[in-house]
Design a protein around this ligand. Structure first.
Ligand SMILES: [Zn+2]
Length: 175
């Protein structure tokens, strides 16, 4: 699932608690990542990340190719920037620490699980292995898109489901 979608969903769900404990905002945002990953969705492809032949759905390796890694990091940075800009405009927080902290924590919680994935692929040990196993367990086993690039029908369904989710969360974040 794109990080933009994760950020919007996390903001929509944690926004009612923005005036409560910041730890609660972060926890809700983090939980929302795992729960929304369970919904079949589309993902964009990362050039430096390859699925290990015959491995489990979450088993990938990172190709040590500087050009591919740079392109991937730029894609990810754009994805996070887009999501952050959308929720910033939707929430319109006050420019104070108290106003900006909850939104920052919602964004951080939304992207953290995917940020830890490369740490595992590069040989991370416990607790990264445990977190990775939980992430894979929560991920839709019929994850649309990445594993079915040859079938346009599945990619389309995954994009539509994610767009619907994104719009629903956005309307919640704005309200
Ligand atoms: Zn994820």
């Amino acid at each position: 699932m794109t990080l933009t979608t994760h950020i919007i969903i996390a903001t929509a769900l944690s926004k009612p608690f923005f005036h409560a404990d910041p730890a609660l905002v972060f926890f809700i945002a983090l939980s929302s990542h795992y729960l929304s990953d369970a919904i079949p969705h589309w993902d964009y492809r990362l050039g430096a990340v390859r699925h290990i032949e015959g491995g489990d759905i979450g088993e990938h390796e990172v190709l040590r190719d500087r050009a591919l890694i740079t392109t991937d990091l730029m894609k990810i940075a754009c994805d996070i920037a887009l999501g952050s800009a959308i929720v910033y405009l939707a929430v319109q927080p006050e420019h104070t620490i108290a106003g900006l902290l909850p939104l920052t924590l919602a964004i951080a919680g939304a992207v953290l699980p995917d940020s830890l994935q490369p740490v595992y692929w590069l040989g991370g040990r416990w607790p990264i292995t445990w977190i990775h196993r939980f992430h894979t367990f929560m991920h839709a086993s019929i994850r649309l898109g990445r594993d079915r690039w040859t079938d346009n029908k599945f990619i389309l369904i995954g994009k539509v489901s994610q767009l619907a989710l994104l719009l629903a969360a956005l309307s919640l974040a704005i309200s």
